[in-house]
Design a protein around this ligand. Structure first.
Ligand code: KMH
Ligand code: ZN
Length: 307
């Protein structure tokens, strides 16, 4: 029987800007509410970024992150995965600061450097709500999202210190090679957990052939692992549906896609969770609850987090 399905909801991210949709959660209260709703809809993991409540700009402010993750914990036993993605110009220490501060069960660990281009979206915004939005999007035309081997080594070791499982964000096939190197080096905790993030401009195109290629390459290079699939924009539902039929796990949420179906904005990530849950259950794949997800991923437990 297929392993139960882990549904991750990426609640707000650092990709979309407020002018794209009125439903993007921004304040800690909005992010907490959407995370709890995603859990009620069937997500067992929430992937969390913070935003400045004044203007919606992505931030790695620890006070805001603390308010969000502890607010979620007060209302839900869902697994909280904290981002270490950061933003342009931020040091490695700043990006990972939430791990020592909150000792989460799970944190993102970006598995290599990649162009991460959001610039074409700027042209579609006619009346920006905030002055930072257009320059933020256009700035990615000249941005390398840097995740060097030295940085990866540091992130993996720091997460090991706090028993935080790295969720490796894999934007292209070469990044599997990077992870395999650190597995051979003996510093990666088991199970190796990869999130295949497909369809970012600069990364691997979101096609089913490419998803099969990622899984095949990971089997050859790493052997045993857990994996999940996220895909940008309109590719979200087709690719996550393919992933769950292949035995993988899925990530949905407004970080990856602001629509719930073509032309219809999602009012929250929970609408996408509900949709993928219905697809999974319709195809006979049962959905894991947070306790089952903790067992699948070998997580340390909610009693050992620092928030
Ligand atoms: N900030 C983006 C370029 C993650 O959550 O770790 C990517 C990102 C991924 O933030
Ligand atoms: Zn993220």
């Amino acid at each position: 029987m297929a392993q139960k399905l882990i549904i991750t909801a990426a609640i707000t991210g650092a990709v979309h800007v407020p002018s794209m949709t009125p439903y993007l959660p921004i304040t800690p209260e909005q992010i907490i509410n959407d995370a709890v709703k995603a859990g009620e809809a069937g997500a067992s993991v929430v992937h969390i970024h913070a935003r400045d409540p004044k203007n919606g700009r992505p931030t790695s402010n620890l006070e805001l992150m603390g308010e969000i993750v502890s607010g979620i914990k007060q209302r839900s036993d869902i697994v909280v995965c904290i981002t270490t993605g950061g933003q342009l110009g931020m040091s490695l220490e700043e990006r990972i600061a939430a791990v020592p501060a909150f000792k989460p069960e799970l944190a993102s660990c970006n598995a290599g450097s990649v162009n991460f281009v959001l610039a074409p979206a700027a042209a579609k915004i006619k009346n920006p709500q905030y002055d930072w939005e257009i320059s933020f999007l256009e700035g990615t035309y000249d941005l390398v999202f840097a995740n060097t081997f030295k940085g990866l080594d540091y992130y993996i070791n720091t997460m090991n210190q706090y028993e935080t499982l790295p969720e490796f964000e894999v934007y292209d096939v070469g990044m599997i090679n990077n992870i395999a190197y650190f597995v051979r080096k003996g510093i990666v905790r088991k199970p190796v957990y990869m999130q295949f993030v497909m369809g970012i401009l600069g990364g691997i195109p979101a096609t089913i052939d490419n998803l099969a290629f990622l899984v095949k390459t990971a089997k050859e290079q790493i052997g045993e692992f857990q994996w999940s699939c996220a895909a940008a924009g309109r590719h979200q539902m087709p690719l996550t549906t393919a992933a769950l039929t292949m035995g993988g796990n899925v990530r949905v949420g407004l970080e990856d896609n602001i629509h719930v179906k073509p032309g219809v904005l999602a009012k929250s990530s929970s609408e996408q969770v509900e949709l993928i849950r219905n697809i999974a259950e319709g195809l006979g794949r049962e959905v894991a609850n947070p306790a089952e997800t903790r067992a699948i991923l070998g997580l340390k437990g909610l009693d050992k987090v620092g928030f």
